[in-house]
Design a protein around this ligand. Sequence first.
Ligand SMILES: *Cc1c(COP(=O)(O)O)cnc(C)c1O
Length: 401
Amino acid sequence: MPGFELFGAEEQKEVQDVLDNGVLMRYGFDPMRNGHYKALELERDLANRMQSKYAQVVSSGTAALTVALACAGIGSGDEVIMPTFTFVASFEAILSVGAIPILCDIDDTLTLDPKAVEASITPKTKAIMPVHMCGSMADLSALKAISDKHNLILLEDACQAIGATYDGKPLGSYGDLGCFSFDYVKTITCGEGGGIITNSETFADRAHKYQDHGHDHVGNDRGAETHPFLGYNYRLSELNAAVGIAQLRKLDHTLTIQEKNYTILRNALAEVPEVSFRRVPETGVENYSFLNIFLPTEDIARKAHKALGENGVDACFYWFDNNWHYYKKWEHLLEQKSLSKFSQEIQSGLQKNNRSFDASDLWMGRTISCLIKLNWSETEVTNRASKMVEALKSVLVKSVL
Ligand SMILES: *Cc1c(COP(=O)(O)O)cnc(C)c1O
């Protein structure tokens, strides 16, 4: 997955353009720029590649989610349904606009279970936020039907799944808004950065203003611009955008390498009858950034994860025990640890998350996710495949099912 593995002359050239003219900011300074508008160019490329009418780049994936929520008018006391398995940024963004993250069970897609989503809807619900974790996606047509029925916003957190498709459409472009992260460990990286895509002219118009203090971006005198509503600074710098342009051009190449490496590992593991694979919704195509497998039980999964490490297979994650990606370890959310006091409404809304999520525990307890790297040689991948099979078999032999 990490796009930094492919850094080269292309990124250097784009960054050099910016350093040559010295304009590190995306707005203003027109006479100095020598025609270079890197953030704008990245937006055009992202919208094109993602078959969306509009794209807005911002300073991080977290910022992308925050800006997207704000653009959809989500704020004080509104409830947003999100999965128990995601990076903490998803709930941070919801809380940062004053809304309430409502945790919801996942299923064997490792993202939102549509039935559990429907059961979580209340009169306060304003949005459903599926998180397409580890390269694959939620059942978007089911979630779209639910959001249409209840008049909710469907906001896709596609931070970990850029390049995957659902029903022939790039992930992120299916819902009302889609978000990407370009942080240092993501498939496309620009150091820190993020992007929002949408087909809504209204949301796009709000996004460019909101991420730049509410500036209307009319005319070319920044000091004379008006501010139709409050905004903040979530701008992406020209330097970051320059790296992103070169990286995005490599996306299809990256996906090809990932699919090749993933397929070798998957075919090898398919020979182990006790191993099964994460369900990918019917019309979905993964971006192959992770190979996600299920072991028969939590106990076996724990032992298998340990055995993989001991057998020299790095970059395999057991998210169930991880501090950042599974709700059980988010004590700052569950115990409402904040530097300032939450309103009564948010305090009681958050209480809803203090319950058990048995289905999530069952799936996550059995899941191991193996990162797919880009720089592996063919020999390295085949060796890795044998080592993985060896490690898993050694555990399974000793386990009574
Ligand atoms: C990385 C990530 C984010 C946040 O992106 P940053 O650019 O690191 O702020 C949000 N959601 C998911 C699922 C992520 O993996």
